[in-house]
Design a binder for this molecule. Structure first.
Ligand SMILES: [Zn+2]
Length: 227
């Protein structure tokens, strides 16, 4: 940078520093967001971003209480739609409106991939699409245990030992689901390693990017364009 550019940059107001992001993980059932995006959500929270898990099936009090404890373990808040039943989640205008309220101020939304053999997961994807129909927010699909073959990961988040431990702790708080094979540590480690192998990393969480809103560079960097 020239001396004149330095002087000009110094005369500008304080560069806008990006505030914390508002990240929403949409979860059909009380363990899906942890399974598919637990490490990324925990990493966002640890970095000071605001993380919320939006649970679509909040009728079951036991599972919602477990989801609340698991969200806290990830550093997240939990909001739950009290009208959603596990196994029969319909796409309704009321549910779209409920989710709209929680994604309205979001910067990043993570949700289950639409190709899924579980009807509640497919319904959740449809509700997310409808709630974001007028939004340019960044949206990534995560993989669930029942995602279909068309899930095409295009973004990968590293799973460190620490993040894997945080995710495991959160998953173990879903005590009513303790016997689920896909929630066991071995299964999760294999999943991380398989997608890691596909992406050239030791272990990752995979995501399919629907759209990513790019953030502008800090103001000070723009002023250095002429040299
Ligand atoms: Zn599920």
């Amino acid at each position: 940078m020239s001396e004149r550019s330095h002087a000009r940059a110094a005369a500008l107001p304080e560069p806008h520093l990006f505030g914390p992001l508002n990240v929403v993980g949409v979860s059909p059932h009380a363990d899906d967001a942890e399974y598919g995006a637990g490490c990324l959500l925990a990493a966002y929270a640890a970095a000071g971003h605001r993380v919320t898990i939006a649970l679509m099936t909040g009728v079951d009090e036991v599972r919602t209480a477990e989801a609340k404890a698991a969200a806290v373990a990830l550093g997240a808040d939990l909001v739950a739609d009290p009208s959603g039943h596990d196994g029969s989640l319909d796409v309704t205008r009321a549910r779209v409106r409920w989710l709209e309220e929680h994604v309205d101020a979001a910067d990043v939304v993570l949700a289950p991939h639409p190709d899924d053999t579980h009807q509640d997961h497919r319904a959740t994807s449809a509700i997310v699409r409808a709630a974001l129909r007028r939004s340019g927010v960044s949206l990534c699909w995560y993989r669930t245990p029942s995602s279909g073959q068309s899930f095409t990961p295009t973004a990968f988040h590293p799973v460190t030992e620490h993040l894997a431990r945080v995710r495991q702790r959160a998953i173990e708080l879903h005590r009513s689901q303790a016997d689920r094979p896909y929630l066991q540590q071995d299964h999760l480690a294999l999943k991380d390693a398989w997608f890691g192998w596909l992406s050239g990393h030791p272990a990752v969480e995979p995501f399919e990017v629907v759209r990513q809103r790019l953030t502008p560079p800090p103001v000070a960097a723009v002023t250095t364009g002429r040299c």
